[in-house]
Design a protein around this ligand. Structure first.
Ligand code: NYM
Ligand code: MG
Length: 212
């Protein structure tokens, strides 16, 4: 089973639109936690370092075309191939701070018009986040921050659609963070929420599975 006798780490996921500040906030959080003597690692999805991740990366840079359903399943497989390592790390007491997870998987694919439940199905049974920090930002504000890059999906009208589906996925593990505030204020909110969930998980809170 997934119950842990030892004190376990927390699975903390940062979600949000492109340019919402997730990557820098993840890095700051991990370095803050490590300075506090808390074992924590920064992870991200897609993990472009694997064979599946490299197919995803080619698709995102538009050097490869893939059917929408196919690429959706690749994103999911990219999480499945990391599942057992994630579980081992959490059980040994390491907190994982993850830049995007299944919520991105569903929101981005559903925004293309794929059925929401079909999109959720392949991720069923993956480890569920203990805490999802949703960096909430209007797409216009995100776009104004130095602009989007050249990858697929990095367009204002598409990001508006993605935001709608993120909202549909909110559950009891979510905490919405106002990501229009300063980097320091956002980091403060993230730190507080993270310390709270890390304490809860170390007290024996069981690992959960999607979509619990
Ligand atoms: N993305 C990310 C998906 O479409 N499905 C997924 O399952 C995941 C994890 O990949 N625009 C999209 C969201 C991003 C893009 O992510 C690349 P990043 O964080 O920019 O490397
Ligand atoms: Mg990006």
């Amino acid at each position: 089973g997934l119950s842990c006798a030892e004190k376990r780490g927390a699975l903390i996921v940062l979600e949000g639109l492109d340019r919402s500040g997730k990557s820098s906030q993840c890095a700051s959080l991990v370095s803050f936690l490590n300075k506090q003597g808390i074992s924590a690692e920064a992870w991200r999805f897609p993990d472009r370092s694997t064979a599946i991740g490299s197919m995803i990366s080619s698709y995102l840079s538009s050097s490869a075309d893939l059917d929408d359903c196919t690429v959706h399943l690749l994103f999911s497989a990219n999480r499945w191939e990391k599942r057992s390592v994630m579980e081992a790390k959490l059980k040994e007491g390491t907190t994982l701070v993850v830049d995007r997870y299944s919520y991105s998987g569903v929101a981005f694919s559903a925004a293309k018009g794929l059925d929401l439940n079909w999109c959720k199905a392949p991720d069923q049974g993956l480890l569920a986040a203990d805490l999802v920090l949703y960096l909430n930002i209007p797409p216009e504000v995100a776009a104004a921050r130095g602009g989007y890059g050249g990858e697929r999906y990095e367009k204002m009208d598409f990001q508006l659609e993605v935001a709608k589906y993120y909202k549909k996925l909110q559950d009891s593990t979510w905490q919405t963070i106002d990501a229009t505030k300063s980097i320091e204020e956002v980091q403060e909110d993230i730190k507080n929420a993270s310390l709270r969930i890390i304490a809860e998980c170390s007290e024996g809170q069981e690992l959960l599975r999607l979509w619990g």
